[in-house]
Design a protein around this ligand. Structure first.
Ligand SMILES: Cc1ncc(C[n+]2csc(CCOP(=O)(O)OP(=O)(O)O)c2C)c(N)n1
Length: 297
């Protein structure tokens, strides 16, 4: 992280950042994730990297949160239903001020609050414990309805990959949400189309995904946004604000393992430890991307 980005974080951390600022931050966070995962020889690179811009944009542009008061009652909620991408969430939360960035290298060590899958009782800023795929949407519906009952205008964002959509519980939740229309509930799909040991087409074809949600009665975004492009993500936020019809679905086209060319789109890099050779050849790509995005600030 260069001086410009460091001062951006200290001066503007609590104000909505621009597309360029978000792109630079996401590039820096992606590099941190790569270092942490390599350092610990465990964790999930592919799906953490694909969602780098999405979580960065949520936490640094959009969400009503207060790192000094992580349990603020009227806060917005984020549920990482694809809980295996925990290193992504931890990196964003730490840089947003929920806990020290110095904790990150302790990822997945015994006794650390940064376990392999997020735990709401251990980590400040984590709104829901996740890891078993398919639970996030059901929980998000409950959170949204609870906020309504409490008179809060909180938003609830649930993020999943394809794995959650392979779970029957998700489709029960899709029906339930169409019935109760939970306000300010947005289901965000990090659609990188690659899973643990193959493509989604091989494992469980999901298309036409948007049409399926429309048929269930959801308010579906007019297009699939590019989830690795921060301006496109900000456009999707504008769409979220464009009407008061719930629940909303946004599909983001992303690239699994984004940023390291030989890892992109490969299920082999879903959760494999990053070996020395791959680290040495992959890291410079991430560094170059970060430098370019910092230069564009
Ligand atoms: C219920 C359940 N079954 C299996 C797993 C093991 N698992 C962890 S990640 C994963 C694949 C997920 O694919 P996707 O949602 O596309 O993840 P992404 O590419 O976004 O990382 C699987 C099967 C799990 N965590 N929970």
């Amino acid at each position: 992280m260069d001086a410009k980005l460091t001062s951006l974080l200290s001066e503007k951390r609590d104000t909505p950042m621009s597309a360029k600022e978000l792109a630079a931050l996401a590039a820096a966070f992606r590099l941190t994730m790569f270092d942490v995962l390599h350092g610990r020889q465990t964790g999930h690179w592919g799906g953490s990297s694909s969602a780098a811009e999405l979580t960065t944009a949520l936490y640094f542009n959009r969400m009503n949160i207060d790192p000094a008061n992580p349990r603020k009652e009227d806060r917005d909620r984020f549920i990482l239903s694809k809980g295996h991408a925990s290193v992504n969430l931890y990196t964003v939360l730490a840089n947003r001020g929920f806990f020290p960035t110095e904790d990150l290298p302790g990822f997945r060590t015994l006794g650390s609050h940064l376990q392999g899958h997020p735990c709401m009782f251990k980590t400040p800023g984590v709104d829901m414990s996740t890891g078993a795929l398919g639970h996030g949407l059901s929980i998000g519906i409950g959170m949204s309805l609870a906020a309504q009952m409490s008179g809060h205008k909180s938003w609830t964002y649930v993020m999943s990959g394809e794995g959650c959509l392979d779970e029957g519980q998700t489709w029960e939740a899709v029906m339930l949400a169409a019935k109760y229309k939970p306000a300010r509930l947005v289901y965000m799909i990090d659609y990188n189309k690659v899973q643990l040991d193959g493509t989604s087409t091989e494992i469980m074809p999901l298309d036409p995904l948007a049409d399926k949600f429309k048929a269930f009665g959801w308010n579906v975004a007019p297009k699939a946004y590019n989830g690795n492009n921060t301006q496109d993500i900000l456009d999707s936020f504008d769409w979220m604000d464009s009407d008061d019809v719930w629940p909303k679905l946004v599909i983001y086209d992303t690239i699994k393992g984004k940023g390291v060319s030989f890892m992109e789109g490969k299920s082999a890099w879903h959760g494999a430890p990053i070996d020395e050779k791959s680290y040495a050849s992959g890291r410079p790509e991430l560094e170059t991307d970060l430098k370019n995005k910092e230069a564009a600030l």
